[in-house]
Write a protein that binds this ligand. Structure first.
Ligand SMILES: NC(=O)c1ccc[n+]([C@@H]2O[C@H](COP(=O)([O-])OP(=O)(O)OC[C@H]3O[C@@H](n4cnc5c(N)ncnc54)[C@H](OP(=O)(O)O)[C@@H]3O)[C@@H](O)[C@H]2O)c1
Length: 325
């Protein structure tokens, strides 16, 4: 593919019409790409009657032209954004096979470190792009998403190659053109573990304590627990090939201590508190599982994981698929 084709109109499939999926579909459609959104029946029905809506700063913007479907169409697509929760990625990966060809890039957005490997179990490994996403978006109804604060930043890399190839660059160009800051990293393993160190630690201690970031960081005992939890994740990541040092520890703690608003809570912590299935298994649960394999002791994450399992199990017993998704 010549360089002058990097800015062209892509065929994009977004899988999952929750916060991230609706946001990505909206921004890529606004940038002129041909966007298909794979959602549940209620989303498909809603988008038959009205445009996708983005709420931001009290204003609603209608985004025209997103095609919604509840069946993954045949591809190949140029870019697939996988926007389900972590525990739904296996099913998504199985569904995605007909949409993916050699020139497709399939971008993960999940917190946690295992989504890229789950996709690669069903799809060619060199089509998978591992992503870490920083944004706050929330699905507020079928086909409606709220954006809080800045547009998304995405760090993207591949476990199959260090350098971006032309097809990768085309995907990054599309994201950038859609107002999403997209940065390539030649060390995506470190990026995934570093994000997990932040989110699983403040969220996990927040879940244990039933407290916001402002509350855990102003209490020396819980602030210390968060730091110990972060150190554990960095150690496990490094045992698995990440290269995370003191500067990364300082960065993660800086975000926790000085960047987050005091009222911040993690989505895993909110889901647990409100009786919904959460990403516990892919956060502290993943830290514990990888730590066992690597022979690293992670007492804080073992405690977080074990203590939250009963709530998680209860939520999964009582939850039914959300009709509105
Ligand atoms: N939201 C954020 O601000 C944010 C920021 C950074 C990273 N992330 C990460 O991004 C991922 C997605 O988060 P989210 O907040 O967008 O979650 P979400 O709102 O729950 O969205 C996931 C959507 O995917 C749908 N889905 C799952 N499997 C499907 C399938 N096979 N077919 C059709 N639809 C399917 C779900 O429907 P059901 O609910 O009906 O299953 C749900 O609507 C998570 O791993 C999260 O950690 C989120």
């Amino acid at each position: 593919m010549p360089d002058d084709e990097l800015g062209d109109r892509l065929r994009v499939l977004v899988h999952g019409a929750g916060g991230i999926g609706l946001y990505a579909a909206a921004r890529l459609a606004q940038a002129g790409h041909e966007v298909t959104l794979k959602g549940r029946a209620a989303t498909v029905d809603a988008l038959r009657h009205h445009d996708l809506r983005v709420l931001r700063d009290g204003a609603a913007t209608a985004v025209h032209g997103v095609r919604a479907t509840d069946v993954v169409p045949d591809g190949p697509f140029d870019l697939v954004v996988v926007a389900t929760k972590s525990w739904q990625v296996d099913d998504a990966a199985r569904e995605l096979a007909p949409a993916v060809g050699p020139g497709t890039r399939v971008l993960t957005t999940q917190n946690g470190v295992d989504a890229p490997a789950r996709l690669a179990a069903h799809l060619p490994a060199d089509t998978v792009l591992a992503g870490t996403v920083v944004v706050i978006v929330r699905r507020v109804g079928p086909g409606e998403v709220e954006v809080v604060g800045d547009e998304a930043t995405v760090t993207v890399g591949s476990t199959a190659r260090a350098e971006a190839d032309l097809v990768d660059r085309r995907a990054l160009t599309a994201l950038e053109g859609a107002g999403i800051r997209a940065r390539w990293t030649d060390d995506v393993i470190s990026a995934l573990w570093k994000k997990l160190a932040l989110i699983a630690s403040y969220g996990g201690v927040g879940a244990l304590a039933g407290a916001t970031v402002g509350e855990t960081r102003s209490t020396p005992e819980t602030r210390d627990l968060v730091e110990r939890a972060v150190r554990e994740v960095l150690a496990v990541g490094n045992a698995e090939g990440a290269r995370l040092g003191d500067a990364d520890l300082a960065d993660v703690l800086h975000t926790y201590e000085s960047v987050f608003a005091p009222g911040t809570t993690a989505s895993m912590q909110r889901d647990l508190a409100e009786g919904r299935p959460s990403e516990l298994a892919d956060q502290s649960g993943a830290v514990v599982a990888h730590a066992e394999a690597a022979g690293v002791d992670v007492p804080v994450h073992r405690t977080i994981y074990a203590s939250q399992l009963p709530r998680e199990a209860a939520a999964r017993r009582t939850s039914s698929p959300r009709a509105g998704s």
